[in-house]
Design a protein around this ligand. Structure first.
Ligand SMILES: [Zn+2]
Ligand SMILES: [Zn+2]
Length: 307
């Protein structure tokens, strides 16, 4: 296993091992709880109706049914209801909270920046004055593989199903979108709300991009802005992929740096987090399990894979 570089904290080790079940390796590279908590408190949440940003999500009102839409006031909530009710769906877990923990995690954030560098060729051509956008389909999945298998083969008793199970966030796709078509006024606001504060923090020379997190099995999306940091661009320049550790033989294989390899790394890193240090796990109720089952059985539309 390659030892991570210790020299400077802000440098993410370039060779990142994909660790199927490796506890020690997970501990070595995972972001501490404190870092995620602090990062999360700095993420601005915008009102779903008027897009007014709030640096503290707690001040906003949340749609109590889907827990995805946030509002600065009752007026905004009322004004949006006629359109929102068409997509609002009961959910027990708070997706914005998970996505906040995801974005606030330096390692996961970095690993999501890389596909942007690859897809939009930001290594050669950093695009600074206009937003770029990609869609990521996300889902809460049972963390226990045997549970997924039993579910797929219909081996679960009604009593077992009623208990629910533990779930975790998984990122299923990364699809670059055409900014001209995909960016509306509200997304433009999110872009500006990400770009301008970061300009003050000294990231003026770095591209700012948008991620449309699309909740699989629903028609809802949450848009976040990301700054593409130098480390992601340098990583693509260096072509530094992942070291895949064989769980059986203990040997190492090099996995090239592709979008799919980044998604695999993200998902395996979350899967390896047995103790929920990353704050990306939750209890799935029976309804959550049903939603998951509908989503995988193709009840919702399946976008084309980009790679
Ligand atoms: Zn508002
Ligand atoms: Zn709602």
């Amino acid at each position: 296993m390659a030892a991570p570089e210790q020299e400077e904290q802000r440098h993410i080790p370039i060779i990142t091992a994909v660790h199927p079940e490796n506890k020690a390796y997970f501990k070595e590279i995972a972001a501490p709880k404190k870092v995620i908590r602090e990062g999360r408190s700095k993420i601005a949440v915008s009102c779903s109706q008027c897009m007014k940003p709030s640096s503290n999500g707690a001040e906003l009102l949340k749609c109590s049914k889907c827990k995805i839409a946030w509002y600065c006031s009752r007026e905004c909530q009322k004004a949006q209801w006629p359109t929102h009710k068409k997509v609002c769906k009961e959910a027990s877990s708070s997706m914005p909270k998970f996505l906040g923990s995801f974005i606030a995690n330096p390692l996961l954030n970095h690993t999501l920046q890389v596909p942007f560098v690859l897809a939009f060729d930001l290594r050669k051509n950093p695009i600074l004055d206009q937003p770029l956008i990609a869609r990521c389909d996300v889902q809460i999945e049972p963390s226990d593989m045997t549970y997924i298998m039993s579910l797929a083969f219909g081996r679960m008793s009604p009593a077992e199903l009623a208990k629910g199970t533990e779930g975790m966030l998984q990122v299923k796709t990364f699809i670059p979108l055409d900014a001209e078509k995909a960016i509306d006024i509200t997304r433009m606001e999110v872009w500006k709300n990400t770009k301008y504060p970061n300009k003050e923090r000294g990231f003026a020379g770095n591209p700012t991009v948008l991620v449309d997190f699309h909740m699989k099995g629903t028609k809802q999306t949450i848009t976040y802005g990301l700054v593409i940091e130098d480390s992601a661009i340098e990583r693509v320049k260096a072509g530094a992929g992942f070291a895949m550790q064989s769980a059986i033989f203990g040997g190492q294989t090099e996995v090239p740096l592709t979008t799919q390899a980044c998604l695999d790394f993200i998902n395996m890193h979350i899967r390896a987090d047995k103790k929920n240090q990353l704050r990306l796990r939750t209890h799935m109720t029976k309804e959550d399990v049903d939603n998951y089952r509908n989503a995988v059985s193709g009840d919702d539309e399946q976008p084309d894979k980009s790679e």
